[in-house]
Ligand binder design. Sequence first.
Ligand SMILES: Cc1cc2nc3c(=O)[nH]c(=O)nc-3n(C[C@H](O)[C@H](O)[C@H](O)COP(=O)(O)O)c2cc1C
Length: 248
Amino acid sequence: MNTIIESILNHRSIRKFKDEKLTEEQIRLIVKSALQASTSSNVMAYTIIGVKDGIIKDELYKVSGHEHVKNNAHMFVFCGDLQRINQLGNSVKNQSVQENLESTEQLIVATVDASLAAQNASIAAESMGLGICYIGSLRNDIQRVNDILQLPEYVIPLFGLVVGYPDQKPEIKPRLPLETMYHENRYKPFAEQQRFIEAYDNEMENYYENRSSNTKVDNWTEQMIRKFSKPTRMDVTPFVKSKNMNKR
Ligand SMILES: Cc1cc2nc3c(=O)[nH]c(=O)nc-3n(C[C@H](O)[C@H](O)[C@H](O)COP(=O)(O)O)c2cc1C
C-alpha cells in the first residue's frame, strides 16, 4: 500500500486540536492542493474563505455550536461561487449568462467543484500530520454565515473545514460494506444490500459500545431514521434561491 492510500484509510475526523497555528506556508500548500482538484469544464465554481479573525470565528462558532469551530489552527469556508462568471458575462463582456447560472445544473457544478477541492485540501492536510473536520453545521443558520462573510449574490456558503494538530486519536469509524456502496454494471436492489447493512449495524453497535470516548448504544439504521424523520434546515432552499441559484 502506498503512503497516500495509507493516509486516506487512516482518516478520522479530529475535533480537539493543540493550541498551535498553521504557518502561512502550510496554509498555502493546503489551498494550492485544493485548487488543483479537477473542476467541471475548468469553471472553478467555488471560493475558499480562510478565517483568521477571532471575532468572525466566534460568530461562526455561535452558528455551529461546535467547540472545534472556535479552537483550531485554521478554518476554511468552502463556498459555491457562480458570481465570477456572472460578473464576466454582465459587466465585462455584456453577454447575459444568468439563465444558465440560475439552473439546478450549475448549483450541482458549484457544489461538486467545492467538495472536490475541499477533499483535496483534507488529504493534503492529513498528509502533513494535521487533522481535519468538516463543518456542515454552518448551515444551521446559512443566512447568518452569508452575512458574516459578506457573500454577494451567486455565492453560497456550503461547509467549513477546520484544521489543526490533533490533540486526540479517535478510533477509525467503520463504513458501510463495499457490497452496499459499490455496484457493478447495474444498480443493486435494496433487498440485495440489506444483509450487509444489518452486518454494518452490528459493527457500529460494537464500535459505539467500545470506543474510547462518548460510548453509547446506537446503530446506523437507528441514527438515519432519527435524522431523516424530522425536517432539517428547510430554510436552505429559499436562501439558495434568494442568491439567484437553483431557480430553474
Ligand atoms: C459535509 C460534511 C459536514 C460535516 N459537518 C460536521 C459538523 O458540523 N460537525 C462535526 O463535528 N462533524 C461534521 N462532519 C464530520 C462527520 O460527522 C464525519 O465525517 C462522519 O461522522 C464520519 O466520521 P469520520 O470522519 O471520523 O470517519 C461533517 C462531514 C461532512 C463530510
